[in-house]
Design a binder for this molecule. Sequence first.
Ligand SMILES: [Zn+2]
Length: 234
Amino acid sequence: MFVSRQSKKYRIFRLFGFPVYSDISFFILLLVFVYLSSGSGPQGTIYGVIFSLVALFGIIIHELGHALAVRKLGYGESTILLHGLGGVTQWRKAPKRKRDQIIIALAGPGAGISVGLIGCLVYLITGPQNDFLLNSLLSAWIWVNLGWSFFNLMPIWPMDGGKVVRAALVGPRRSAKEGVILSLRVSIVTGGLLLCAGLYFHMLFVVIIMAMLLYSNYQELQRLKGPKSSFYGY
Ligand SMILES: [Zn+2]
């Protein structure tokens, strides 16, 4: 592990040749997961720690899916950054083709769903585990990987579902700017509904993420709709 002087990120390891960095906010996120998922008593805390470690694994698997798709489609090597809202895969060459943009966006949730379904298969074959640790691991494995994947598939920019919607809406029948504006409107309506659901079900993590995304989506929409705007280069 070393500290990158430019950005205060820590390189923690390499995975399939991709360097994986983390900033301090990711460790805070893991602690928040432990706090939110812990039950009562020592066993509840152990479950919280297992959930948090599985979340770490699930976020890495998700980003690895993006990075492998980017490499496979010929857009070069990626770096994976883990941060306080999950993770992000970064690479230099922007995908030009709509099909490639959609495949790269879907590859993250696709990897998570595959891993989650393997967990479901193990559960179907072996049934409920008698051992507390194994049972906790399996249930966290299924919930985290499937939950994180479907959450990311919501059509909210810049989540993966939002990227798919934006790529799909920018096309021959409308300009890039019109497509982006329409995708932001879809994003804001969906984000608003999820924010309400998060408030109703007391899901703090969902509320925080949705509030931040709604704010940035609204700002981008105002900028694009402004009379002096020429910002539509997506
Ligand atoms: Zn993703």
